[in-house]
Design a protein around this ligand. Structure first.
Ligand SMILES: Nc1ncnc2c1ncn2[C@@H]1O[C@H](COP(=O)(O)OP(=O)(O)OP(=O)(O)O)[C@@H](O)[C@H]1O
Ligand SMILES: [Mg+2]
Length: 281
């Protein structure tokens, strides 16, 4: 992520229910009820789920472990996972255990805009529960405070959740940091371009393998650029190491790049016969 020093960040506009308010005798009008519901949604106390002091009774930073051993570490990760905590810290490094299901806290998903806003407002830090948004919030904060490029490295074996983690990181930094409606509109345009480029890149670079139905078969370096006020300005993706051999041959139980399957799905029987293609499996 690139950026220049800015004077403000984290100035968030409080969400307002749209429409004019007015007193109606004899009960709440539907619009007022909707406003009440929106308020209740905003009033979620995220601190009880995402502040470290409330980290649900388990060690959430492995540097605090008294006996450091492989078994001890695996036990902590396993216990936390069973309680629905996929994230654990080890100092500044975040460990994520793929839960293979959508997790929630207090009945709400862990990747909602409310959770993003909460981490953004607080700016990450040791006092917050480990989360991919904490990494994102710290990088975003340092980007502006230190006026230096920030880099987040995501690594792990196939199926560990790197692509999903990278998507959440991108979602965070592309959606926080707007203060006016005009800025929001500009940023949403850039954000849409960046987020919507993902399915296209995945179509040409991802394939089903025996370990992951959506395995990335290419390396990707993504650079995001921000204005000095922390507003997303643009970005670019550099691809490298595409597994080209997959086009002509795949291991048993694996498939070619998704785009080949999209192509076969979209062709008629006649076209398939003309081009000597078999139907998609
Ligand atoms: N945070 C998460 N919450 C729920 N499910 C997840 C999460 N992260 C990953 N998954 C599930 O695991 C699958 C594999 O994750 P992902 O594609 O991100 O792995 P990867 O590390 O990028 O693997 P590869 O190296 O093969 O590309 C996803 O399609 C999704 O179903
Ligand atoms: Mg991947």
């Amino acid at each position: 992520m690139r950026g220049r020093k800015g004077s403000l960040w984290g100035k968030k506009k409080k969400k307002q229910a749209s429409g004019k308010a007015g007193r109606v005798p004899g009960g709440s009008p539907p619009r007022a009820a909707a406003r009440g519901a929106a308020k209740a949604l905003d009033a979620i106390d995220y601190s009880q789920f995402y502040d470290k002091v409330n980290s649900r009774g388990s060690v959430d930073d492995l540097v605090l472990l008294e006996n450091v051993s492989n078994e001890g570490i695996v036990e902590v990760l396993r216990t936390r996972c069973e309680k629905g905590d996929m994230y654990t810290s080890i100092g500044p490094v975040l460990i994520a255990v793929n839960p293979y299901k959508q997790l929630s806290m207090g009945g709400k998903g862990i990747y909602t805009s409310g959770v993003r806003d909460y981490y953004h407002r607080k700016g990450g830090g040791d006092f917050m529960a480990p989360h991919i948004y904490r990494v994102a919030a710290e990088a975003y904060k340092s980007l502006q405070a230190d006026s230096r490029d920030q880099c987040v490295i995501v690594t792990g074996e196939s199926g560990a959740g790197k692509t999903e983690a990278a998507k959440q990181l991108m979602h965070f930094v592309t959606t926080v940091g707007t203060s006016s409606e005009t800025q929001k509109a500009t940023m949403e345009g850039v954000q849409r371009h960046l987020l919507e480029s993902n399915p296209i890149l995945e179509a040409f670079g991802n394939a089903q393998t025996i370990r992951n139905d959506n395995s990335s078969r290419f390396g990707k370096y993504m650079e995001l650029q921000f204005t000095f006020k922390g507003m997303l300005r643009g970005g670019k993706v550099t691809n490298y190491l595409l597994e080209k051999s997959r086009v002509t041959g795949q291991a048993p139980g694996e498939r070619c790049f998704h785009v080949m399957h999209y192509l076969l799905e979209g062709t008629s029987a006649r076209e398939r016969s003309d081009y000597r293609l078999l139907p998609a499996k």
